[in-house]
Write a protein that binds this ligand. Structure first.
Ligand code: UDP
Ligand code: MG
Length: 312
């Protein structure tokens, strides 16, 4: 058949040597049932320290569908996905995790919705009852904080499993953000969008690379790369506290006139500690934005490719 449309599947991989053959096999199986499409799988090895690269090179030798991009070091999940999209050649580009948590069986539905004319088909993960309570709570908190603080409405459980039309991928290629937050950007970018929900599977092998610390980092990065709302909120906070301190003024005058002014050591210390902390947080927020500008003005490449078998 000559009229097959090419679908690219981009998979970021950070030490996923055990998972890669499994996910490649199941993607191949899915496309065996889709005769109108052909596929390429682009694995982006994000500074792996295990045998991921050896596995990839071996697999590429035996298949025309397997491609790999190796980073010079770990640049993070978001940059890995971005690199895969930059190199993808398909009419549609699917991004998914390499640990089988994004079910490949969903691919036919993504493609079907895409063929119906939706340029962005993203997925929403149903809550996974098996996950530890802590992970579920942090994940919920993540979306709530993000929606409150950033000027973008992310669906609860929006995941990094999605299909983008060539048009959208080409727009993404023009993005040179130092710290892209793809989930937010995809929503922000517009076009005709469609949401598909799915039940996440368990990680096939290995453990999550997202620690609690990385989650907090991603949330902070998500908010600050999306809006300057926190800066405004900080100004409002300043107003509120100035207002409150004005209310305190009559008491100060009263205490002064009647000679009680030496009492109140505890309240002074508490106020100093509280405002000291508040000021540090506010300075930190301003610092994050400043840091982002600092990194961005350098115009460094966002990721560095050490090797690839993709010929451009
Ligand atoms: N990943 C990556 N670089 C990193 C961390 C993760 O490329 O620094 C990849 C990882 O190999 C996986 C995907 O990003 O394919 C999602 O990571 P993980 O499964 O650890 O996240 P979780 O499912 O726990 O959110
Ligand atoms: Mg995972």
């Amino acid at each position: 058949m000559t009229n097959q449309r090419l679908i690219s599947v981009v998979i970021p991989a950070y030490n996923e040597a055990d998972n890669i053959p499994v996910i490649a096999a199941s993607i191949r199986e899915v496309f065996a049932g889709l005769p109108n499409y052909t596929f390429e799988i682009i694995f982006v090895a994000d500074g792996c320290t295990d045998s991921t690269m050896a596995v990839l090179e071996m697999m590429a030798k035996h298949s025309d569908h397997i491609f790999h991009i190796e980073f010079s070091r770990n640049f993070g999940h978001q940059q890995a996905v971005k690199a895969g999209m930059d190199h993808a050649r398909g009419a549609g580009v699917i991004c998914m995790d390499g640990d089988m948590q994004h079910p490949p069986e969903l691919i036919p539905e993504l493609i079907q919705r895409w063929e119906e004319g939706h340029e962005v088909v993203y997925t929403i993960r149903n809550e996974d009852k098996r996950l530890p309570f802590k992970k579920r709570i942090t994940s919920k908190l993540f979306y709530q904080v993000l929606n409150r603080m950033a000027s973008v409405e992310l669906d609860q459980g929006a995941s990094d499993f999605r299909l983008l039309d060539r048009k959208v991928v080409d727009v993404f290629k023009e993005f040179h953000e130092n710290e892209p937050f793809l989930r937010g950007l995809v929503k922000w970018i517009g076009f005709k969008q469609y949401a598909v929900s799915y039940d996440p599977a368990e990680r096939f092998s290995g453990s999550s690379k997202y620690t609690f610390k990385k989650m907090v980092g991603l949330a902070l990065q998500g908010v600050t790369s999306f809006s300057i709302k926190p800066l405004y909120n900080v100004v409002y906070l300043g107003f509120v506290f100035s207002g409150i301190s004005v209310l305190y003024l009559p008491y100060v005058l009263y205490a002064f006139t009647f000679g009680h002014e030496v009492s109140g050591w505890a309240s002074i210390i508490m106020t100093i500690a509280f405002f000291g902390g508040l000021q540090l947080i506010i300075l930190g927020i301003i610092g994050i934005y400043l840091g982002k500008m600092f990194m961005q003005v350098k115009l460094r490449p966002n990721y560095i490719v050490r090797s690839t078998n993709i010929k451009s």
